[in-house]
Design a protein around this ligand. Sequence first.
Ligand SMILES: NC(=O)c1ccc[n+]([C@@H]2O[C@H](COP(=O)([O-])OP(=O)(O)OC[C@H]3O[C@@H](n4cnc5c(N)ncnc54)[C@H](OP(=O)(O)O)[C@@H]3O)[C@@H](O)[C@H]2O)c1
Length: 294
Amino acid sequence: MNRPCKAQGEAVRIEDMLLSNGVALPSIGLGTWQITKPELLAELVACAYDAGYRLLDTAAAYGNEIALAKALRSTGIPRDKLLLSDKVWNTSRGYQAVQEACRKSLKKLKTDFLDLYLIHWPAGSKLHPDWAELNAETWRGMEALYQEGLVRAIGVCNFKQHHLQELKKTAAILPLVNQFEFHPGMNQEELLRYCQQNQIQPQASSPLGNGQILAQEELCKIAAERKKTPAQICLRWARQKGVAVLPKTANPRRLYENADVFDFALSAAEMQRIDQLPYCGGLGLDADEVTTFG
Ligand SMILES: NC(=O)c1ccc[n+]([C@@H]2O[C@H](COP(=O)([O-])OP(=O)(O)OC[C@H]3O[C@@H](n4cnc5c(N)ncnc54)[C@H](OP(=O)(O)O)[C@@H]3O)[C@@H](O)[C@H]2O)c1
């Protein structure tokens, strides 16, 4: 196997979270948004694998599916040793369009199947008066892909509670995963509770608040007390709330740091201190408000 990774570290056994259809989803995956250069992706994929990562998260909109396929080929990691998660973009809504989009992504990724396929954004009410119907139709296409065996699990991203409640009225299969922004300062308590009550696995996008929350004073204080880094505290906090995470780093050394969160537990008092942090950065996009894409 060709291994371009130069960062040294000890591999972590990343715990899985069991989806309601029995698929084991690694609780930490590598986010690849904004990483498009094939050489960097190849180095990161090799390092991530060495560090213990088994889940890679991409999206049609990230423009890196072809580069990711090249990276996977160059590292020589067998397809069945990694889980690939991909997302359908907003321009491919509806029963037929989502199925065509998935097949295009499969071709770009040079794989026969995806481990997880997600709707990237719900159709929101500001741009789509028929948002509920549109989401239902897209979901019907997702179910067809699942029934056909092209995807091992299906889910959504950025769905709020009312989007999920509406979908539930027509869905034959409920989303297995909801990927949404979640990090200290953006606790999303109600949405989290709803997902967990409905066996929808929450998965955090931007679990480090896009890097913007890592200098927050109280978070740094807890990290110093624990002899951990602020990033590790964020990821451990999410873990203890039952949320899978997708930290992104373009820095191979940080891959090890971000995976190394299974050898300690935050106390109830520490969890509460983190729960109480104010909003201090992140993407902060709201599916009902976004009008620049939809
Ligand atoms: N479904 C959606 O709509 C959606 C939206 C946003 C994100 N996502 C997914 O979630 C993933 C992560 O989200 P994100 O990229 O917004 O942000 P993030 O993972 O919350 O933060 C990434 C930022 O933190 C820095 N960082 C990472 N590890 C660090 C560490 N240990 N110490 C200090 N800084 C560190 C990174 O810099 P370096 O790269 O320099 O390390 C980068 O600037 C994405 O890649 C994507 O897969 C999904």
